[in-house]
Design a binder for this molecule. Structure first.
Ligand SMILES: *[C@@H]1O[C@H](CO)[C@@H](O)[C@H](O)[C@H]1NC(C)=O
Ligand SMILES: *[C@@H]1O[C@H](CO)[C@@H](O)[C@H](O)[C@H]1NC(C)=O
Ligand SMILES: *[C@@H]1O[C@H](CO)[C@@H](O)[C@H](O)[C@H]1NC(C)=O
Ligand SMILES: *[C@@H]1O[C@H](CO)[C@@H](O)[C@H](O)[C@H]1NC(C)=O
Length: 512
């Protein structure tokens, strides 16, 4: 925590050249903005002239910081996301494509987006989120400046593709699969098929939709926007919200930087009533929250009933992020709050454990504050995040699809009473903190590196310039094969020649 405070002060004192920075973060999800906006705020604090395109105001004000917002409909208002719990990853990806196209069009069909594409402004660098919003790459083409991508997750198949990063399917599990790095035959099979499917469906099904949006809304000259994939491959660098303790060790290109935890802040004192509540709990408090984006009131009724039943039996108090003023049949030991200062609650010594959906930012806060976990993941990367936490010994995994009252009760009692969970999270936390420069400082450094050098040519592997034949060495393989065949033929010919020459001698011997 001290480390963070110090870094903020250093950041403020550092000053800057005052470069003009454009940030493009159109995804209408709080969990995304909570990763990207700390970086943009930090760059403004360093004196850069920052303009960001965001779905709603982030609550930061400065004279050198401007927000272009649009009338966004938050992701969770597009129907109940809980209805998709059963969805397999193949359909879930189609759903993501659908949401991506929908929200991208919503963001582009606005006066802010239109004014920006016609604007005469100049920018020195663009920082853009890599998610389902690729039409925004047209701004990179328009402003013709270096650009840095940023991801709210770790390296996905798409990101590996953009940067030409090797991620062998044999030991690098997809972010969307709940696998570790020791995969069984069937897990490797699923990992391979899933990765090939992600790549193929993106290229042939999804990207043409984004290209059409770019052509429709962002063609300031009336001409078509160049291939978005072409623009994307020019990315100088990517900042990733990941770290190997939340993932698995794997290869990274020089221009892929892990900056997990940019959103971590020094904790603030809790509001007085919460302080009193936490202080006075006799046996300790359990926090239950599905994060800022997911609403627990939307969970299926039978799941809510099971959770209430389990909580009622606990000897602990339960603080539940519940997005309504009232809760039917609320157990006596449950206190509800529509909004809870999660990060600050996590620092309270009377907190026993956190029941979380395992969103990566929540998980980082939890590990940072050394709190053990009961994980009830819902989708996306959450299942994998909790699986990895479980393998590191600081979490119990409860499957939302088969969740019962007893399961929840047993998992909570187990994690709350077995000291192994807290010991392990302390170990992981110490390991992470021990090796981290503050990630926000690292991220600011790399953005300024690209600014200073007008790109990141020295970090960029030439793999993105190679074609399929060169990358897989098909030409070299063919040449070697040819050489082998020629050698064989030559050896055979020579052998035959020698045999023929020696044959008469043998026959003459026989004749003797
Ligand atoms: C930022 O400015 C807006 C309007 O100018 C104001 O309503 C808001 O309270 C300010 N926020 C902060 C954190 O100062
Ligand atoms: C774009 O915005 C205009 C004006 O707000 C609206 O009439 C139109 O339906 C929108 N188009 C799409 C495809 O959302
Ligand atoms: C809660 O406990 C802490 C530490 O014991 C103390 O500093 C704080 O004042 C207490 N808060 C309230 C509202 O009692
Ligand atoms: C909040 O609870 C009340 C009373 O149970 C209910 O009528 C209302 O529909 C709930 N609101 C939401 C958004 O679920």
């Amino acid at each position: 925590m001290n480390l963070i405070a110090t870094c903020f002060v250093l950041g403020l004192a550092g000053g800057g050249e005052g470069a003009r920075i454009l940030g493009l973060f159109p995804i209408p999800g709080k969990s995304h903005l909570s990763v990207t906006s700390p970086l943009m705020h930090a760059l403004a604090k360093k004196g850069h002239d920052v303009t960001v395109f965001v779905p709603f105001h982030t609550g930061f004000n400065a004279s050198n910081y401007r927000e272009i917002t649009y009338d966004s409909i938050p992701l969770d208002k597009h129907g109940n996301i809980m209805d998709y719990l059963n969805m397999n990853i193949f359909l879930a990806h189609i759903f993501l494509y659908y949401m991506g196209t929908l929200t991208t069009e919503m963001a582009l069909n606005t006066t802010g987006a239109q004014a920006l594409i016609k604007s005469e402004e100049k920018f020195d660098i663009i920082v853009m989120e890599q998610f389902f919003n690729e039409a925004f790459l047209a701004y990179v083409h328009k402003f013709k400046c270096p650009f840095v991508l940023i991801s709210a997750f770790g390296p996905t198949a798409t990101i590996n593709g953009i940067f030409g990063n090797s991620a062998p399917y044999s030991y690098v599990p997809s972010e969307f699969l709940p696998f570790g790095d020791r995969m069984t035959f069937f897990e490797r099979l699923e990992n391979t098929i899933a990765n090939l499917y992600f790549d193929g469906s993106r290229k042939y099904y999804y990207m043409p939709q984004q290209q059409a949006l770019a052509n429709k809304y962002l063609s300031d000259t009336g001409k078509e926007v160049p291939s978005l994939e072409e623009i994307e491959s020019q990315a100088d660098l990517i900042l990733l919200n990941s770290h190997h303790i939340f993932s698995t060790p794997r290869p990274y290109m020089e221009n892929m930087k892990n900056v997990a935890g940019m959103h971590l802040k020094p904790s603030k004192p809790l509001p007085l009533d919460l302080q009193q509540y936490m202080n006075s709990s006799k046996n300790g408090v359990i926090l239950f929250s599905l994060g800022s984006a997911m609403q627990s009131i939307l969970m299926p009724d039978d799941k809510i009933k099971a959770l209430k039943g389990a909580f009622e039996r606990l000897p602990y108090d339960v603080l539940w992020k519940w997005e309504n003023d009232t809760m039917e049949n609320k157990p006596k030991n449950v206190r509800i709050g529509k909004w809870l200062p999660q990060s600050d609650i996590l620092t309270h010594p009377n907190l026993k454990l956190f029941i979380t959906h395992g969103g990566i930012s929540s998980l980082m806060e939890t590990v940072y504050h050394e709190v053990p976990i009961v994980g009830i993941p819902l989708f996306g990367d959450q299942r994998r995040n909790i699986k990895i936490a479980e393998s590191k010994g600081y979490a119990d995994y409860v499957d939302i699809l088969t969740l019962t009252e007893n399961q929840v009760y047993n998992a909570v009692m187990n994690v709350a009473t077995n000291p192994k969970y807290r010991d392990n999270v302390k170990k992981v936390s110490a390991y992470w903190k021990g090796e981290m420069n503050h990630p926000l400082d690292v991220a600011v450094h790399w953005v300024e590196y690209v600014l200073k050098n007008g790109g990141a040519k020295l970090l960029k592997a030439t793999v993105t310039e190679q074609n399929f034949i060169q990358y897989f060495l098909l030409d070299v393989g063919f040449a070697i094969l040819l050489l082998l065949i020629l050698t064989c033929i030559l050896i055979r010919k020579t052998f035959r020649l020698l045999c023929r020459k020696s044959r008469p001698k043998m026959t003459s011997k026989k004749n003797n």
